[in-house]
Design a protein around this ligand. Structure first.
Ligand SMILES: [Zn+2]
Length: 355
């Protein structure tokens, strides 16, 4: 058996589930740490609206609905230790190895997202199954907390790669949650000279400075971050990373962005968005909507954490056992206190704030 935080009716309940058995090509890992993602918060709050919207768009909803009925184990930002190798594993790994993985398992032809249905339960549990072919080994010098940041940092690396950065580019980071903060760290590591970060929370702006922002702007201030960055550009390119998903933000950016700006968008607005297409055309704005990463980007995120390129400790603001997951979700509503809370499923403690 194993303990898991099962999501039912917007609440997590710790339950005893049977420990999963690895199938062909799979390994069983003991979860050492798992980050609580902004998308998990969004999912808990909006899962039922998501079903409605998917239905309107004609997308399949059965699996999600079944998951919501029977209970889901979320968790896709994890590091674990291999405890059992399934049949037909290539033995490239051994029990005792610490590993990360992109949050998918290969079942049949298609990759299946971990935590999206009861058969591929996630890392809010003592144990989980992973596909051996997707594993990345975590070297002994890398703490569990750092390795658990691989997934969100992978998204940040993907976002920055999609921006096709030029040496003189000026960057704007809108929204300094864990993704915006990680993007800031990646931009800094790539030598971007002006990184203007903006958020509504003073604490998040402080963290943005720690991650390498050269200037921070309160989101309510005028002129805003885009205008400030344009002031530094002096003919160079402006790249805007939109991580807020705030309704109306896309329309606002189309109006504010200087001509030829590149916009990389990871934030997800809850409904439909509209903007003045004529303005976007006259300015020749470029949009990249991004999700996930390539396997190479995921692996390079782990390397970046292993090399201590930036102060990743500053991002990890709390640790909690499975029994405290509801408490941690509540705490994450206040950006003044927490950025990333890690679940340690092997602990029984409530939420501990690290700084
Ligand atoms: Zn995530």
């Amino acid at each position: 058996m194993m303990r898991a935080a099962v999501l039912r009716d917007r609440q997590f309940v710790v339950e005893e589930l049977s420990r999963p058995v690895p199938g062909p090509g799979e390994v069983l890992v003991k979860v050492l740490a798992c980050g609580i993602c902004g998308s998990d918060l969004h999912f808990v709050r909006h899962a039922h609206d998501m079903v409605e919207q998917a239905r309107k768009l004609g997308a399949p909803t059965e699996e999600l609905e079944r998951g919501l009925r029977t209970g889901l184990v979320l968790g896709h930002e994890f590091v674990g230790e291999i405890v059992e190798m399934g049949p037909d594993t290539a033995r490239g790994f051994l029990p005792g190895d610490r590993v990360c993985s992109v949050p998918f398992v290969l079942r049949g032809a298609a990759p299946v997202l971990i935590g999206s249905n009861p058969e591929t339960s996630g890392a809010y549990a003592e144990y989980m199954l992973l596909t051996e072919a997707l594993l990345v080994k975590v070297n002994s010098g890398v703490p569990d907390a750092a390795a658990a940041l691989t997934e969100p940092l992978g998204i940040a690396i993907h976002a920055v790669n999609k921006a096709n950065l030029q040496a003189t580019d000026v960057a704007v980071v809108l929204g300094c949650g864990p993704i915006g903060l990680a993007i800031t760290a990646v931009l800094k590591s790539r030598g971007v000279r002006h990184i203007v970060a903006t958020d509504l929370s003073p604490r998040r702006l402080e963290l943005a400075m720690t991650m390498g922002a050269t200037e921070v702007v309160d989101g309510r201030d005028q002129p805003g971050a885009v205008a400030k960055a344009a002031g530094h550009a002096d003919g160079a390119g402006v790249v805007i990373f939109e991580n807020t998903g705030a309704p109306g933000m896309l329309a606002k950016l189309v109006l504010e962005a200087p001509a030829k700006s590149r916009l990389v968008l990871s934030g997800i607005a809850p409904g439909e968005e509209s903007f003045h297409q004529m303005v976007a055309i006259i300015k020749e704005l470029q949009f990249s909507f991004i999700i996930y990463y390539t396997p190479e980007e995921f692996a390079s995120a782990l390397e970046m954490l292993a090399a201590n390129v930036f102060d990743w400790h500053a991002l990890v603001t709390g640790v909690v056992g499975l029994d405290g997951v509801n408490e941690a979700f509540k705490a994450l509503e206040d950006p003044e206190v927490h950025a990333k809370i890690l679940i340690d499923p092997q602990q029984r403690s409530g939420l501990r704030t690290l700084r």
